[in-house]
Design a protein around this ligand. Structure first.
Ligand SMILES: C[S@@+](CC[C@H](N)C(=O)[O-])C[C@H]1O[C@@H](n2cnc3c(N)ncnc32)[C@H](O)[C@@H]1O
Length: 246
């Protein structure tokens, strides 16, 4: 696992560096706090619990497993479904080792891992999400109402930030879905908007100026629309995923 360096972050939690994408899975300002801020708070899980709504999550990028573990710790016994995608099987092995007490994953076929932990059901689709997720949505009645858009940066992982990617998510999400992401780049915001998502300023974390939330029950904020009109950054449109040598 020498290509997957373990790194301690400022809040004492750990992230991993992926040589495949040449990027850390989290901000060094705090892997755990970042996950909690952008996804647990960003997707307003507290409201869903208070309103006793079902929680059906889609996470883009399973990585170290911290997204799932942080959600499990937050929700406790509250039931939820967690669907994630991961192109790199070594990351799944790392997650299993890191959280071996909780994560007892079973590979049920060539491209699906599953686990039942407390009241949570976890499914991980192995392979390129631009292909696996579409297939999964066609074959299963799973409509996420919560999306953790946690791919690597648009520079390293562009095809998980394109307009067609966000369209796939939008077409399969519920009408009251909340999607949250750490990125606030104008390009990704333009792609999200073109795909039918609304845009609100998300919660700031670490050294980043902002983040992005799309709560479909809310309209797009005027200040964001004005900024996008002034920005020359293009919407992201690459469709074909790079063929990674894993
Ligand atoms: C920023 S990390 C995710 C961090 C994760 N949420 C966590 O809590 O540790 C992004 C992940 O997306 C995965 N990934 C990149 N491209 C992918 C693709 N096309 N399909 C599925 N997963 C992909 C990477 O291997 C990496 O593990």
């Amino acid at each position: 696992m020498e290509n997957y360096k373990k790194i301690k972050t400022s809040d004492g939690s750990y992230t991993y560096y992926s040589a495949l994408f040449d990027e850390n899975c989290h901000s060094t300002s705090g892997a755990k706090n970042e996950t909690y801020t952008h996804y647990v708070l960003g997707c307003k899980l507290d409201r869903k619990v208070v309103q006793k709504k079902p929680i059906n999550i889609l996470e883009v990028g399973f990585g170290t497993g911290l997204g799932f573990i942080t959600t499990l710790e937050y929700l406790g016994k509250y039931p939820f479904n967690f669907l994630s995608v991961e192109i790199d099987e070594k990351m799944i092995q790392i997650a299993q080792k890191e959280f071996s007490q909780l994560l007892k994953l079973e590979k049920i076929c060539a491209y699906i891992y599953k686990a039942k932990i407390q009241n949570a059901s976890l499914t991980i689709l192995l392979g390129d999400a631009t292909k696996t997720l579409n297939k999964y949505f066609k074959e299963n009645k799973y409509k996420p109402n919560t999306i953790y858009q946690d791919a690597f940066s648009p520079k390293r992982n562009p095809y998980l930030w394109t307009t067609s990617w966000f369209k796939l998510l939008k077409e399969n999400a519920t009408d009251d879905c909340i999607m949250s992401t750490y990125s606030s780049s104008s390009s990704i915001r333009k792609s999200m908007l073109a795909a039918g998502w609304t845009l609100q300023e998300g919660i700031k974390f670490g050294s980043k100026r902002s983040s992005t939330r799309s709560d479909l029950c809310l309209a797009t904020e005027d200040t964001i629309l004005e900024k996008l009109k002034r920005s020359g950054a293009p919407e992201l449109t690459i469709k074909i995923a790079k063929d990674y040598k894993l």
